[in-house]
Design a protein around this ligand. Structure first.
Ligand SMILES: Nc1nc2c(ncn2[C@@H]2O[C@H](COP(=O)(O)OP(=O)(O)OP(=O)(O)O)[C@@H](O)[C@H]2O)c(=O)[nH]1
Ligand SMILES: [Mg+2]
Length: 334
């Protein structure tokens, strides 16, 4: 990715006329935002689509996608994208000895502290296979390995996502033309979500809100199956991430618009993502207050073009410039 979101913001600050003390303050805030780091753990059984999900979210070829029967991801793989670190770890179901080894690695990682003494892993994304009838090893992973070792803020440190929605009923009731599930498959997936939620609640007392999606399927570089609900997944990831860190994801988002387009219409996730990033910027730069509010409510209206037009007229200077810089950066994907 050639463009840098923090550079865009810096440009806006430098190009605007303002008192030098104000400028220095804004640049200081920017520096603090730039220094944030995210550590995301992605885990789940062999072949659920961990690598595919990482690649769909953050651009091609971050993680190797497997087509063989041998699990591609044996130890913990670490991918570093600017300030985003992704830990790609195997789930359970590879035999007792391997399972013990995997569990131990996961638990150690969950207790690891960063240099500030905070827990290193910000969020654990547990991926389940929507086409699998037997989620026993996944429940074992979630209920016995991950949740008991999440520390205090358990609810916000785990996100459960059910992948391969397109083939959950062996490919039946998937509307390939419109890239969405038909009613029957939708009901099937919603039942799955409900039963996963219930099984976790019963075993751990923790309320999670699982979602279903498709990371998509690529063969020889050609996208056979476009992602579905990928924007929803990112939206949920953002909501589970401390506000001051969210912009780290923005820097590394997959810039291919087609990846983000198809979602359930319970909510406009793409508008939600943009709004979330805007909020992070305005708060992080401490240009919040009235300007932040005005931008927030305007972004909520939807159309970005119209928003910028109105903001330009309604508020002056750096706030509007920064916001249009951020919108430019995403180039219309959200
Ligand atoms: N149809 C469909 N296929 C998918 C989806 N997600 C992943 N796949 C396919 O499932 C296979 C396994 O995907 P990977 O992303 O390698 O799974 P993984 O969890 O990283 O596997 P390991 O690293 O081996 O544990 C690949 O052939 C993917 O193309 C999806 O949403 N829909
Ligand atoms: Mg993998």
């Amino acid at each position: 990715m050639s463009r840098n979101i923090f550079k865009e913001i810096e440009k806006s600050v430098m190009n605007e006329q303002m008192e030098e003390t104000t400028r220095q303050k804004l640049l200081g805030n920017l520096l603090r935002m730039k220094d944030q780091k995210i550590n995301l753990m992605v885990t789940g059984a062999t072949g659920v689509g961990k690598s595919s999900t990482i690649n769909a979210l953050f651009g091609e070829e971050v993680a190797k996608v497997g087509t063989s029967v041998n699990p591609e991801t044996m130890g913990i793989d670490k991918y570093k994208l600017d300030n985003l670190v992704i830990w790609d770890t195997p789930g359970l179901g590879d035999g007792k000895e391997a399972d013990n080894r995997h569990s131990k690695r996961i638990i150690d990682k969950l207790y690891e502290k960063d240099r500030n003494g905070d827990l290193l892993i910000d969020l654990v994304l547990v991926i389940l296979d929507g086409s699998s009838r037997d989620l026993g090893t996944s429940y074992e992973l979630i209920n016995s390995v991950i949740i008991p070792n999440l520390g205090e803020n358990k609810k916000n440190r785990i996100l459960v996502a059910i992948n391969q929605a397109d083939v959950a009923m062996k490919g039946k009731y998937w509307n390939a033309q419109e890239n969405r599930p038909e009613r029957k498959l939708q009901n099937f997936l919603e039942d799955k979500v409900a039963s996963v939620r219930r099984r976790i609640k019963e075993a751990t007392g923790i309320d999670v809100e699982p979602i279903y999606y498709s990371a998509g399927d690529k063969e020889e570089g050609y996208m056979q199956q476009k992602p579905y609900n990928l924007s929803k997944l990112l939206y949920y990831i953002l909501q589970h991430t401390p506000e001051e860190k969210r912009l780290v994801y923005a820097q590394n988002i997959n810039k291919e618009e087609a990846m983000w387009k198809d979602n359930d219409d319970l909510q406009d996730y793409r508008a939600g993502i943009l709004e979330t990033f805007m909020e992070s910027v305005t708060r992080g730069m401490a240009i919040g207050g009235t300007i932040g509010q005005a931008i927030g409510s305007l972004v909520g209206l939807g159309s970005v073009g119209r928003v910028i037009g109105t903001v330009g007229g309604a508020i002056v200077g750096v706030g509007a410039n920064i916001i249009s810089g951020v919108v430019d950066f995403f180039g219309g994907i959200f």
